[in-house]
Design a protein. Structure first.
Length: 164
């Protein structure tokens, strides 16, 4: 009896692509002393600073999609490495503002260049970064990211009355 293997689900494929990208970026930015998560933080901070913004940790967490507590941990590590500075927001003493140091700007520009080369490789099968397929793919990903997800409660009878 032959067993037909089911096609991978979109969720599985998104998870696999996200992991492939994370590992590739981790390897690419490691020589600069960064992890993928740290890169996401400094690259986002770099872009925000270029528009004149000095974001709070909370604003950066919202922008990157990372948990605020994780951003705080990353920011402390990046501060210890001399790449960012953390200061109290004069308008809200509970908030912490972030800014790249001169060294942080240099490392971030290098990391962005490395990751851009990696992105070229990733998008080559779609025709490159400026290809119509890449633009359509980006629009589809944006649609999925913009869709709210509400956690669903278990409905299976076997899970009632138990705790996770």
């Amino acid at each position: 009896m032959s067993k037909v293997s089911p096609s991978p689900t979109p969720g599985f494929l998104v998870w696999r692509l996200a992991n492939k990208w994370r590992v590739a970026v981790d390897r690419a930015v490691a020589p600069l002393g960064l992890t993928h998560a740290q890169y996401s933080l400094v690259a986002s901070l770099h872009g925000m600073q270029r528009t004149g913004e000095r974001p709070s940790q909370r604003r950066l967490a919202d922008h990157t999609g990372l948990e605020a507590l994780y951003v705080s941990k990353l920011a402390r590590a990046l501060e210890s490495a001399g790449l960012i500075e953390r200061t109290r927001d004069p308008r809200d003493p509970r908030a912490v503002q972030l800014a790249l140091t001169a060294q942080g700007r240099t490392v971030t520009r290098q990391a962005i260049a490395v990751v851009q080369e990696l992105l070229q490789q990733l998008l080559e099968p779609l025709g490159g970064p400026d290809a119509p397929r890449t633009h359509a793919f980006t629009e589809e990903l944006t649609t999925l990211l913009d869709a709210p997800l509400a956690p669903s409660a278990p409905t299976d009878e076997t899970t009632r009355g138990t705790t996770p």
